[in-house]
Design a protein around this ligand. Structure first.
Ligand code: HEM
Length: 141
């Protein structure tokens, strides 16, 4: 999963992906994130028991999201992230839960505190975009 061809080296220079420590750091982050998901009462009910494939897809997505190799598009097609989340009721509280778990995962994965806020800022904007249900269960267009 963390095997990135050498020709990517130059192209990645200056990206958040490189700043955070590349594939190794990302793999640590994704592992720490999914090891916590079932422990959160708002997230546990919507995630599958077996997170193997979810983990693989998230690694591929975040790789390209942070400016690294476009693994998600390569393996799974266009991200269409909001559309892919529509089967799950994502409320503002769930978005905050997702971000709090990600915040803890960053610390556990040893992400550089100088880079963490930049990563979190991008994830916070995307998480807000995933909200599709309000706290009363009504759809958010
Ligand atoms: C806002 C709170 C969020 C919640 C509650 C949430 C929840 C979920 C759930 C339940 C799945 C399906 C897991 C599965 O069946 O395998 C999923 C898939 C995924 N999520 Fe999220 N997610 C959130 C935000 C995000 C954000 C911010 C990103 C990326 C920056 C993201 C990236 C992905 C990806 C790449 C997948 C796999 C899509 C696929 O199945 O092809 N999610 N998410």
């Amino acid at each position: 999963m963390a095997d990135i061809p050498a020709q990517w080296d130059a192209a990645l220079s200056g990206t958040l992906y490189e700043e955070m420590g590349g594939a190794d750091a990302l793999a640590r982050l994704v592992d720490e994130f999914y090891s916590r998901v079932h422990g959160h009462p708002l997230l546990a009910p919507i995630f599958p028991q077996d997170l193997t494939e979810t983990r693989r897809k998230q690694f591929a997505f975040l790789s390209q999201f942070f400016g690294g190799p476009p693994l998600f598009s390569e393996h799974y097609g266009p991200p269409r992230l909001r559309y892919r989340h529509l089967p799950f009721p994502i409320t503002p509280a769930r978005a905050r839960a997702w971000l709090s778990v990600m915040d803890a995962a960053m610390d556990a994965a040893g992400i550089d505190p100088a880079v963490k806020p930049k990563l979190m800022e991008r994830l916070t904007r995307t998480a807000a975009h995933m909200v599709n249900t309000d706290e009363d269960g009504a759809p958010v267009p």
